[in-house]
Design a protein around this ligand. Structure first.
Ligand code: SF4
Ligand code: SF4
Length: 500
């Protein structure tokens, strides 16, 4: 298969071997789970349990009730002890409701009726993905059922785990490639895709071997395993589409515009478990790594498990531990402490040593070297965007494609002036979204006002029409004669009154 190049990108040291030597380990349940009701892109789920309620594993504890988002399910059987706001790791500084559960060790579970992906109706499969609360496990957390609602020609299963240190998809493919492929078959049926491409980076040799063996065992000629070059950020949706198909997702557009859908391999495996085993999404594989942890590895973790508990399973912190990140070194978020819970998008817990942390060198003025544009995989001009953002010229930043920035951090890494470009771009996107929300609210209020004004005018016109009709009726010759007759009758019946 002919592969294409995407613009920019960087070759980065991988640091994957540190965590891939051992098989996936099950992380034991902590004494208390704190399950966030927003673990996806979209609206938060509403709690549908109260403190004191006993829940079983897989029972729905948060519901989005038809709005954009994902339902949330109990990761373990136990008792709900509180539903309370707590800070989210991402976005930082935002609180969201969490359901606190004390597991009772019984492992009593709610299981949905298993479906056969080959015979179940497309709508039934789609409903199952929605009911199981599946969000994209690659990191973006987009509600999977929403993505699957539109038919596509090509389905790409994304195993190009390009960010350094993160290796959960690598281990998943090595150990459970059959689940990924069966999930791919179900996804293919849902979107009606003609071809399925499973993309794995060429540096993931064991995963590639396992994937080829699983395709042979499955005997499905419609799935092609493709080894793609190891370059960051190849796992980005648009970049991978470019590499595999040679096509570009239009600026401001979506993969659906060119008939393509990309699903992370762990999402595909979760779809298979939901369809074939009837399991809602309650756990995921997380890489715990870096020189700051004693025993790096990949762990299967229930949502709501505190990062501190996971670190303890990995042997605890080493004396070198200096910085804690949720996610990889390029796109992860720095955590101020380790009490945050693991959620659907938590693919990695990274503890860096001081030597691994880039020096916070003082920021210098932009020298217009163009390095940031050279490496930008979205073909943006980061220095130009920076100019607009600093000038608070928000609409120019939008027009120049700030929403196409995938926050990969390549520009930050190469900038000789140490300008934190991504930080500026995140801020600008938040500002623009805030302005868009305000504009939408103002437009809705204006529409409400105009609708009310139109209603009042209509009612007034109707009232005037009724009055005119009554007057017109009163003015007919018969009505006039009847009125004269009535007046005459009144005068005759009361002569005194009439004399006065
Ligand atoms: S890399 Fe830094 S210094 Fe060079 S043009 Fe971009 S923002 Fe300016
Ligand atoms: S962070 Fe955004 S602007 Fe910078 S290189 Fe990545 S996509 Fe381009």
């Amino acid at each position: 298969m002919r592969l294409h190049r995407f613009h920019g990108g960087l070759k980065l040291p991988e640091h994957k071997a540190e965590s891939t030597a051992a098989p996936i380990r099950a992380c034991p349940l902590p004494a208390r789970l704190a399950v966030p009701l927003v673990q996806h892109a979209g609206d938060a789920a509403e709690a549908c349990v109260m403190p004191g309620r006993r829940v079983r594993r897989g029972e729905r504890i948060g519901s989005v009730g038809g709005v954009r988002g994902c339902d949330v399910h109990a990761p373990a059987a136990g008792t709900v002890i509180a539903v309370e706001p707590r800070p989210l790791a991402h976005p930082p500084g935002i609180d969201a409701l969490h359901v606190l559960i004390e597991p009772d060790g019984s492992d009593e579970a709610v299981v949905l009726p298993p479906l056969d992906w080959q015979t179940a109706a497309r709508g039934e499969l789609l409903a199952r993905v929605r009911d199981a609360g599946i969000a994209g496990l690659g990191g973006a957390g987009f509600p999977t059922a929403e993505k699957l609602a539109v038919p596509r020609e090509t389905l790409i299963l994304n195993g190009a785990e390009c960010e350094p240190y993160i290796a959960c998809d690598d281990r998943l493919l090595r150990e459970r490639a059959d689940q990924v492929l069966r999930g791919g078959q179900a996804l293919r049926r849902i979107v009606g895709a003609e071809r399925v491409l499973l993309a794995i980076e060429e540096s993931m040799a064991e995963a590639l071997k396992a994937a080829h063996a699983a395709v042979r065992a499955l005997g499905d000629d419609g799935i092609e395993v493709v080894a793609v070059p190891t370059i960051y950020p190849e796992g980005g949706e648009r970049q991978l589409i470019r590499v595999l198909t040679g096509r570009e997702v239009p600026r401001g557009g979506l993969p659906r515009d060119i008939g393509v859908i990309v699903q992370n391999v762990a999402t595909a495996a979760a779809v298979w478990r939901a369809v074939a085993l009837g399991e809602p999404l309650t756990r995921r594989i997380v890489t715990v790594t870096g020189r700051g942890v004693a025993r790096p590895g990949n762990y299967e973790v229930a949502f709501g498990t505190p990062v501190s508990h996971l670190i303890a399973q990995a042997g605890g912190y080493t004396p070198e531990a200096a910085r804690l990140l949720l996610g990889g070194p390029m796109m992860g978020v720095a955590l101020p402490h380790d009490d945050f819970p693991i959620g659907k998008t938590s693919n990695c817990v990274l503890v860096l040593a001081q030597d691994d942390v880039r020096d916070a060198a003082p920021e210098m003025p932009c020298i217009r070297c163009g390095e940031c544009a050279r490496v930008c995989p979205a073909r943006l001009l980061p220095q130009q965007l920076l100019w607009h953002v600093r000038a608070e010229n928000w609409e120019r930043a939008r027009a120049d494609g700030i929403f196409d920035c995938i926050e990969c951090g390549c520009c930050d890494l190469v900038c000789p002036s140490h300008i934190p470009l991504v930080q500026h771009f995140r801020y600008a996107k938040t500002e623009l979204r805030h302005r868009d929300r305000e504009a939408a609210e103002a437009a809705a209020a204006k529409a409400r006002f105009q609708a009310r004004k139109a209603r009042l005018e209509r009612e007034e016109a109707e009232r005037a029409a009724r009055m005119a009709a009554r007057k017109a009726q009163a003015a007919t010759p018969d009505a006039v004669a009847a009125a004269i007759e009535r007046a005459r009758a009144r005068r005759q019946s009361s002569p005194q009154e009439s004399q006065e």
